[in-house]
Design a protein around this ligand. Sequence first.
Ligand code: FPP
Length: 249
Amino acid sequence: METIISGLKSGTIPQHVAIIMDGNGRWALKQGLERSAGHVRGVDTVRQITEIASQLGVRYLTLYAFSTENWNRPQKEVDILMDLIVTAIERETPDLIRNNVRLALIGDTSRMPDFAVDRLKRCISDTSASTGLTLCLAISYSSRWELTDTVRRIAAEVSQGTLSINDITPDIIDRHLATSFMPDPDLLIRTGGDMRVSNFLLWQIAYSEIYVTDTYWPDFSQLDFCNAVALFQKRERRFGLTGEQVRNQ
Ligand code: FPP
């Protein structure tokens, strides 16, 4: 693994990796277990992937832990997931601090139970002095919620007269998004094989490289993450330019 890491570090490391962690339920059903067993194993993968991202020098890792649409799952699964996420983060906080990882949260906290918001906020504050990887959890998050909230806040500024309509630019929109403290993802990973973006960071992934693997999230390994980064390093990112223009930059 050391050789793989140092090989990758001689190339461009994506500054921001965003992951749609899918396939926990299917992983569990394949083993004849309850869906929640897949979420429990998924937490182990979160730890492994946070560790390798940090070792590679990734600056931001955003994980889609719970979507706005997930509130519509059976109440029992919702409760298990919320409890699992909060408990895991609290348990890992001392290790996050030791490894210089800072925790962040994006999502509609107004829909989350108070106990979850309070405990997550405490972990965020406990890790706030870390200067290494930022682990950003998207909880109760969807892009359409975020964009609606952003439009409302921009409209409020316009109606108060602190912002003029002509001053609304992509940069102004960026600065009002929940993700305003991060650059856009360079690499979007989806596990579980489905070819969709599921209401995740729709504005921010405009130029992200996309990597989809059939591997279910509980089976997604550090080596799989390195493979995704290696493939990212082989891609030519053109941002709408021609290949020739990019090579002459
Ligand atoms: C998708 O699998 C996964 C989720 C909805 C939850 C992911 C959450 C975790 C892995 C726990 C996160 C923990 C921390 C600490 C951030 P699915 O249930 O949709 O799987 P399926 O598509 O096979 O049904």
